[in-house]
Design a protein around this ligand. Structure first.
Ligand code: SF4
Length: 178
C-alpha cells in the first residue's frame, strides 16, 4: 500500500512498540502503542499515552518497516492511546501489514456502535481481525478476562460483524485468562 513516498512519509505519533506480547491478543504479537487518547478512563494504566503532543513523532513508513522486522509471528495489536485518534495514518500502517498477511487486533475506547457510525473510522475497521471495544471501566475491572481490563469490553470478530451488520463476538470473549 505504501507505493508512494507521500504515504510512507505520513506522520504518526506513537508511544512505542513492544516487539513481543502474549497478553494483547491471540498468540505472540507485536504491539504498536499509539499516542493520544481523548477518553481519559479513570484508572487507565497508560496515562502517559493521553497527550496528543507526547510520545514520538515518526512516519508510517518507519513504523511499518519496524513491525515487519520485529513481529516474528506476523501478528500485531494496535493499542494506545486510541488508535482511531490517528485513524488515517493508522489505516495506512494496518493496510500495509494486511497486505503482508498479518493478523491484526485493535483496542479502542470507542464502542463498536460509535465506530461504525463514523465514516472516517470505517477504513481502519475494515483492516482488522479482532476489535476489543469500549472504555476501561474500573468498577467492572476483572483479572479473569482474556485480553480485556473490564467486563464491559467486547472481543469482536470484525469481518463477521461487518458482513452480518451486527456484532459477532469472537470465541475469545468467553475464554478465561490462562
Ligand atoms: S481508552 Fe485506553 S488508553 Fe484511553 S484512557 Fe481508556 S484505557 Fe486509557
Amino acid at each position: 500500500m505504501l507505493n508512494t513516498p507521500t504515504l510512507a512519509a505520513a506522520p504518526l505519533r506513537i508511544a512505542g512498540i513492544e516487539p513481543e506480547s502474549i497478553v494483547d491478543g491471540p498468540g505472540v504479537r507485536a504491539v504498536l502503542f499509539m499516542q493520544g487518547c481523548p477518553h481519559h478512563c479513570p484508572g487507565c494504566h497508560n496515562s502517559h499515552t493521553h497527550n496528543p503532543q507526547g510520545g514520538t513523532l515518526t512516519t508510517v513508513g518507519a513504523v511499518v518497516e519496524q513491525l515487519l522486522r520485529q513481529a516474528r509471528m506476523r501478528a500485531v495489536t494496535l493499542s494506545g492511546g486510541e488508535p482511531f485518534f490517528q485513524a488515517h495514518s493508522c489505516t495506512l500502517v494496518a493496510q500495509s501489514l494486511r497486505a503482508e498477511g498479518f493478523h491484526l487486533t485493535c483496542f479502542s475506547g470507542y464502542t463498536w456502535e460509535a465506530l461504525t457510525a463514523n465514516a472516517a473510522y470505517l477504513p481502519l475497521l475494515h483492516t482488522l481481525d479482532l476489535l476489543i471495544d469500549g472504555p476501561y471501566i474500573a468498577a467492572q475491572r476483572s483479572l479473569e478476562l482474556r485480553f480485556r481490563g473490564s467486563s464491559n469490553q467486547r472481543i469482536i470478530d470484525v469481518p463477521r460483524s461487518l458482513q452480518a451488520g451486527h456484532i459477532v463476538l469472537s470465541a475469545y470473549q468467553e475464554s478465561a485468562f490462562d
